[in-house]
Design a protein around this ligand. Structure first.
Ligand code: EPU
Length: 339
């Protein structure tokens, strides 16, 4: 394990923002974490754990230690009625999806092509097309930064919610996830209820789709709608879909009849942030080096040379206009480092 100095983070954040880290270390095995702990590196006030950097916006150089989680490995074991899949935190999430799809293990195919690493997936309970990680999550192994020991969190310990978990809440910043265990049913049921999936399956004449078909369809929907971070810097949805109360919702629907929403738990509604942003005239709009994506206003893109601060200021302007027009406060899904 080598502590590097003055490392560019351009390749380590999907926005492609060119900032530097004062110190940088790759973690390739669990014992590297113990070594960091024993060396006193984790006592530093400024340290940040990074997976795929797909949910991070760096607004300035990082004057601390970046710990890049790069532990690899995927295995599985077949149980009586299910399959347990164990993946190391540094694996690319989509590689885990492919591992399962190739072997005919169903469950997470709707989560195809979500950027980021396996270790980051439980933190915000990644979700797409009617499926969330929590639906197939068994447990994860996490390193406790204050004690230098490992702990197992089962699903019920994780307090999963919409883009939320205990790792963003009560235990924020206290653990780093090194391994995720999924429990997939041997007889999985495809989830094609999300409109766009059904439509695309029909277009392809797939009346009896396989797990692989669903994965391919989800991948193609995402590719059509979302920019590829390899080509154009972005971090997926920049904001969360806001959740509002029944009262707020009723007022909004009477003022804006076309508003896009989904019922969300008792007396709550989730609004499509992309719609709110589009209505404020931001869809496909570019200011300097930053813009929203032409096919999905919820995604902010770096047209080449944007600084993190520029992207941040652009997001502030969006928040302001949505607030003025709809009275709704958008929250960022992306983590801003370090305001
Ligand atoms: N819409 C607009 N204009 C836009 C974008 C969306 O009017 O520019 C409206 C449309 O009516 C559309 C609806 O919003 O039908 C929903 O859009 P979409 O299906 O793209 O889903 P989303 O709610 O905007 C969420 C996740 C995505 C995930 C998709 C599909 C959040 C914050 N985002 O987006 O996740 O891929 O659903 O399940 O929940 C991510 O987290 O990075 C991400 C891409």
């Amino acid at each position: 394990m080598n502590i590097l100095k003055e490392v560019s983070l351009k390749a380590y954040n999907t926005f492609g923002v060119d900032v530097y880290a004062e110190q940088f270390v790759h973690i390739e095995q669990e014992k590297d974490l113990i070594q960091l702990y024993e060396g006193g590196w984790l006592d530093r006030d400024k340290r940040l754990f990074l997976g795929g950097g797909s949910n991070m916006l760096f607004v300035r150089n990082y004057d601390g230690l970046i710990v890049h989680m790069a532990i690899k490995g995927i295995t599985h074991r077949i149980l009586e009625e299910s399959i347990e899949v164990k993946a190391a935190g540094g694996e690319v999430w989509h590689d885990l999806v492919c591992y399962c799809v190739e072997r005919g293990f169903g469950g997470i195919e709707n989560l195809s092509l979500i950027p980021g690493t396996v270790g980051a997936a439980p933190v915000q309970n990644i979700g797409a097309y009617g499926v969330e990680l929590q639906d197939f999550f068994l447990s994860c192994r996490a390193f406790e930064l204050t004690t230098g020991t490992f702990k197992v969190f089962y699903k019920e310990d994780c307090q999963f919610g919409y883009r939320d978990s205990i790792f963003k809440g009560a235990q924020k910043g206290k653990y780093i996830i090194t391994e995720v265990n999924l429990l997939l049913p041997k007889k999985s049921i495809l989830n094609t209820t999300y409109g766009a999936i059904n439509e695309e399956l029909n277009n392809r004449g797939l009346t009896h789709p396989t797990i692989k078909d669903v994965s391919e369809v989800v991948s193609s929907i995402r590719q059509g709608k979302l920019p590829d971070p390899g080509t154009i810097g972005n971090a997926g949805s920049f904001f969360k879909n806001p959740v509002v109360s029944e009262d707020t919702f009723r007022t909004l629907v009477s003022d804006f009849v076309d508003i896009v929403y989904y019922p969300f738990g008792p007396n709550q509604y989730k609004l499509a942030a992309g719609w709110l942003i589009e209505q404020c005239g931001w869809k496909g709009k570019t200011v300097g080096n930053v813009g929203t994506w032409k096919n999905q206003a919820l995604v902010l893109v770096n047209h080449g040379k944007a600084t993190g601060l520029e992207i941040y200021e652009f997001s502030e302007a969006i928040i302001d206009s949505v607030k003025k027009r709809f009275g709704v406060c958008l929250e960022r899904e992306v983590n801003v480092i370090d305001l």
